[in-house]
Ligand binder design. Structure first.
Ligand code: FES
Length: 593
């Protein structure tokens, strides 16, 4: 007998189906369940979309198919689920010809990219991890560019929560490192970013739009106003001012300068998170396109104006008034930069970093002033500060309390954000941009206050030509040993030594970074682990494969080792989605293992 077309497969005779009630069609395609119910024939993917249990073992009643594993229920005709966490079952066309039942074996959609974009929107809206994972896999397989996926998620996050948060920060941090990740890891990175955005928006009120002012005041006035509204915590005024600056065509550098000047009205606000979020919003726009500035950038204003500054903290006031020290020095910045303008080939980054790690705040500030006089640009100061902060993490003593890791982490990610923002602002108009350099002063004081974390300092492996010959030598074995170390708790020193071993033998830093990324992406990582990884990759990029670069990646590895392993539940979800999307029969796979 001829098939209706090559895409159809014979399921059996209609009589047989009526007697048995259901048939399963196997072949080179995914298994297809054919069901006879109340005079009609239906065909569906036999694998439950939730976790792959064979739907042939389910029950049908009143047009509803129930999976017997976790009892998800599906409309037999459309495959649509009544239980959103389970996802819809793909259905396929059926034809009855000459008493035989034929099913179409191809489940594909006319526009795969559009189909998976809609599924991602559903997954995000209902915070459904499995749906998000499948949609992410489906979009990547359909050839949707990674930047487009990041844009979809970022805009969802900006619209469905009243303010930038942890989710969008994680999304951006992971999107930043996509270029150094293998394909499989890119899927995981996008999944983690999207699931954290969805989780953070779940149950939140959507963002209310605000409009720019009808006038276009000059840039200096807008910058002044933004500082004023931040000082008096007037959110609506600050948002309208920022929207006006965007509408007036401020460049990314000008916007960065205006926001940075406002943000640094308070010192080390919200332990650095507020400034870090602002930097991430800028980086997000680099990824998704600056045409979305009005949608994304104002989301940072709420936290900026509400943030608690370190000037309200006793530690910053007693026994030394660090806030007053910063204010006094900030007033000298314009003259100092003018004095250093002639010599722009300053290269004392590493030496300045060592001075920033000192235990006298006045001398630390003097070292910064001297560097400016000698020609250091704002971004140079930021780079030194970030390296010094990485050394705090790399030398974090094991005698500290576990929670103290976060103190070291906060300074490092803040310093990285200061460095990135000052690089973005640039030196074209240094006279009007000096306000932003207050971020370096604040970061230096936060670093000073965290000096106890290095008493005694942990030894940094690989310094002084140390070869670490008791460790493996080839890069694959080192990578496996590193992942093995992350499988066990408190392997901080071993992880550091393996990183040092890899780099001192001259192996590829990219391979090491991919291993560290894998170590994060397989965990249910905390917010700070993502930040640490991305800031470390950024800072390594600034220093390259040098002693300083090695210290930075050692800092990353030590932090990650202190926070691994976790339950890896998200990885399980991502794996289930990946296998379902590839057509696997999870239930059989599980049974045969
Ligand atoms: S409900 Fe079917 S596998 Fe979970």
């Amino acid at each position: 007998m001829d098939a209706p077309s090559k895409e159809f497969a014979l399921a059996g005779s209609l009589e047989e189906l009526k007697i048995k009630g259901r048939l399963v069609v196997h072949g080179g395609h995914r298994p297809i369940l054919v069901i006879y119910d109340r005079g009609r024939v239906f065909a569906l993917d036999n694998r439950c979309p939730h976790m792959g249990f064979p739907l042939e073992r389910g029950s049908v009643e009143d047009g509803i198919l129930t999976c017997h594993w976790h009892h998800a229920r599906f409309d037999l005709e459309s495959g649509c689920t009544f239980d959103l966490w389970a996802d819809d079952v793909p259905i396929c066309p059926v034809e009855v010809r000459n008493g035989d039942v034929w099913v179409k074996t191809n489940f594909t959609h006319a526009d795969l990219a559009a189909h998976w974009r809609q599924r991602l929107a559903n997954g995000l809206a209902h915070n459904l991890g499995l749906i998000i994972a499948k949609a992410m896999h489906g979009q990547l397989a359909a050839g949707v560019p990674q930047a487009e996926i990041v844009r979809e998620v970022a805009l969802f996050g900006a619209q469905n929560r009243d303010g930038w948060g942890v989710g969008l920060t994680i999304l951006t941090a992971l999107a930043n490192i996509l270029p150094v990740l293998p394909e499989e890891e890119a899927y995981l990175a996008l999944f983690h970013g999207a699931r954290r955005v969805a989780a953070e928006c779940d149950g939140e009120a959507p963002r209310r739009e605000r409009a720019p002012l009808g006038s276009r005041p000059d840039p200096a006035a807008l910058k002044r106003w933004l500082r004023r509204w931040t000082n008096v915590r007037h959110r609506e005024a600050a948002e309208r001012t920022l929207l006006t600056a965007i509408a007036a065509g401020f460049s990314p550098a000008e916007l960065a300068d205006a926001l940075f000047a406002a943000e640094t009205e308070r010192a080390f606000a919200d332990t650095g998170h507020s400034l870090d979020f602002i930097n991430k919003a800028f980086e997000c726009l680099d990824l998704v396109g600056w045409q979305h500035a009005a949608a994304l950038l104002p989301t940072v204003v709420g936290q900026m104006v509400a943030a608690r500054g370190a000037e309200e903290s006793t530690a910053w006031r007693q026994p030394v008034d660090l806030v007053a020290l910063c204010e006094e020095s900030a007033s000298e910045l314009a003259d100092l930069f003018a004095a250093g303008r002639g010599s722009r080939d300053w290269s004392g980054h590493a030496a300045l970093a060592q001075e920033l790690l000192g235990d006298d705040p006045a001398r630390i500030v003097d070292a910064l002033k001297e560097a400016i006089r000698a020609g250091a640009a704002p971004a140079d100061l930021g780079q030194s500060l970030a390296y010094a902060a990485a050394l705090r993490v790399a030398r974090f003593g094991n005698a500290n309390e576990h929670a103290d890791w976060e103190t070291a982490h906060h300074v490092f990610t803040y310093a990285n954000a200061v460095h990135q923002m000052l690089t973005r602002i640039g030196t074209a108009d240094i006279d009007t941009h000096v306000t932003a350099v207050r971020g370096v002063l604040h970061g230096a004081m936060a670093l000073y206050l965290a000096r106890y974390l290095n008493v005694p300092p942990a030894r940094i492996p690989g310094d002084g030509g140390e070869q670490l010959d008791d460790l493996p030598a080839d890069p694959e074995t080192i990578g496996a040993a590193l992942l093995d170390a992350f499988d066990r708790q408190r392997q901080v020193d071993l992880a550091a030594s393996l990183v040092a071993r890899h780099l001192t033998l001259g192996h590829s830093p990219q391979a090491l970074i991919a291993t560290l990324a894998h170590a994060v992406l397989r965990e249910d990582a905390g917010f700070h682990a993502y930040q640490m990884l991305e800031a470390g990759v950024r800072q390594f990029g600034a220093w390259g494969d040098t002693d300083e670069g090695r210290h930075i990646l050692i800092a990353v590895a030590r932090y990650l080792a202190a926070h691994s392993p976790t339950e890896r539940a998200s990885l399980q979800t991502a794996d289930i989605a990946r296998r379902l999307m590839r057509g696997g029969e999870l239930h059989q796979e599980a049974g045969s293992s």
